[in-house]
Design a protein around this ligand. Structure first.
Ligand SMILES: *[C@@H]1O[C@H](CO)[C@@H](O)[C@H](O)[C@H]1NC(C)=O
Ligand SMILES: *[C@@H]1O[C@H](CO)[C@@H](O)[C@H](O)[C@H]1NC(C)=O
Ligand SMILES: *[C@@H]1O[C@H](CO)[C@@H](O)[C@H](O)[C@H]1NC(C)=O
Ligand SMILES: *[C@@H]1O[C@H](CO)[C@@H](O)[C@H](O)[C@H]1NC(C)=O
Length: 392
């Protein structure tokens, strides 16, 4: 290969790398932590300093972290996993629920009368649900399946009924149970989410909240609660306690393009930035087992004890082979490739690798400088987090 071409590629990568690097720098400088009054908790961490979470929150560096990438062929079918059984999920409109923009996500507080009464080894009480999303161009789920990232993910957080609060439960193994739901884009408006999403316009600024009328929370979940993955993991945000019994439903839920836009483009944080890409990358499994309540070989198989679909609702599509060719990173190259395409791909890869290496180099240097500057700060021992921080 012509060396001059390679040289040009290197040069290009460097310029790109410098551009990207200084961009992030600007972003970070616009949100210095000191600009916030002390005790402003939500700024103790953010999605820009994700690789330094463990310096302030040591659990984040632990061996059983979340999210993970679920490799479906490596899951273990466990015929003892019963369908998730819920109780009290239909909240009457007279009972209002608080919806808050906490600067990391939007959180709907749930009454502790909502219960998981089946499918897990103990009874769990609901405390809140919240969302993770990407942007118009990029998917933003936290968990991935076979390397595929979904447009969004909803987490319904519960705590063991053996404890008196989510905060207390959050430090005990199995103390928390989170139901994870992948969000995909469909054509139709999802009526259940109309009870929630339009109110995002009322809480665009960080710290704002609104009381909304109760509704059937069950409607936010997929129809089939019998097909799921299970593993033991952690909170996906600081303090990253490794106390979460995770359930990831195999069936996804669908939002219309308008609903998806509302989720991705409405919530602001950090001095008016739109809050996007509020997800953490998959963490190492470190030998943990991922159990599956269903056998992948018998797709759509119903377990003997599975609850029938609620009457009167149209059957949701079985997303066992979801169509999301516009999403994610794991695209397969199907068409046969011409030599020109091949060359383009090779050059593309070379280009990206060099840029990434350069960015990493710039980042590492920058964070080294930053860490030196912040030495005193890292010694501060944060007081126990509030329930809100625990579960967001
Ligand atoms: C989580 O729940 C599964 C059953 O769904 C159970 O096998 C496992 O022991 C539980 N783990 C913890 C830590 O409670
Ligand atoms: C929420 O925002 C909408 C649109 O801006 C407005 O019409 C509505 O009155 C607001 N509702 C409340 C309860 O503030
Ligand atoms: C659902 O299960 C099928 C069958 O194993 C798998 O191909 C698909 O990727 C799964 N989807 C999700 C979202 O778990
Ligand atoms: C899947 O995506 C392709 C390409 O975007 C599209 O042509 C096709 O109609 C989609 N199929 C379904 C079932 O949505």
């Amino acid at each position: 290969m012509d060396l001059r071409v390679l040289y040009l590629i290197q040069l290009g990568s460097c310029l790109l790398g410098v551009g990207a690097g200084s961009n992030t720098e600007e972003e970070e400088e616009e949100r210095p932590e000191d600009a916030h009054p002390p005790g402003h908790k939500s700024h103790h961490w953010n999605y820009q300093d994700i690789h330094q979470w463990d310096s302030d929150y040591p659990h984040c560096g632990g061996p059983e972290q979340s999210p993970i990438n679920v490799v479906t062929s490596a899951t273990t079918f466990d015929s003892n996993l019963r369908p998730i059984l819920l109780s009290g999920y239909n909240v009457p409109p007279s009972r209002t629920l608080s919806l808050e923009n906490n600067g990391h996500t939007v959180v709907l507080d749930l009454p502790d009368s909502l219960l998981i009464i089946g499918g897990l080894p103990q009874t769990y009480r609901a405390t809140q649900l919240h969302f993770h999303w990407g942007s118009q161009d990029d998917p933003g789920s936290e968990h991935t399946v076979n390397g595929q990232r979904f447009p969004g993910e909803m987490h319904v957080v519960h705590y063991s009924a053996e404890y008196s609060s989510a905060t207390e439960a959050s430090t005990h193994p199995g103390g928390l149970a989170v139901l994870g739901v992948f969000i995909q884009e469909g054509e139709e408006e999802n009526p259940a989410f109309q009870n929630l999403l339009p109110y995002l316009q009322n809480i665009t600024e960080e710290g704002e909240s609104i009381e909304i009328p109760g509704f059937d929370i069950r409607g936010l979940l997929p129809q089939r609660l019998d097909r799921y993955y299970h593993y033991d993991g952690s909170l996906t945000t600081p303090p990253c306690y490794q106390t979460v019994n995770w359930t990831l439903f195999n069936q996804t839920i669908l939002l219309s393009p308008e609903q998806m836009d509302l989720l991705e483009d409405t919530i602001h944080a950090d001095h008016d930035h739109i809050l996007q890409n509020n997800f953490r990358a998959p963490q190492s499994l470190n030998g943990r087992l991922v159990l599956s309540s269903f056998s992948p070989k018998v797709s759509g198989r119903r377990l003997p004890g599975a609850a029938p679909n609620p009457a009167g609702t149209s059957p949701a599509p079985d997303n066992s082979s979801p169509n999301h060719s516009s999403q994610g990173t794991g695209e397969s190259v199907e068409a046969s490739l011409s030599t020109g395409d091949m060359l383009a791909i090779i050059f593309g890869v070379l280009f990206s690798v060099t840029s990434v290496a350069f960015c990493l180099y710039v980042r590492r240097n920058r964070s080294r400088n930053k860490r030196l500057g912040n030495e005193n700060k890292s010694n501060v021992i944060y007081k126990a987090a509030t329930a809100e921080d625990n579960v967001a």
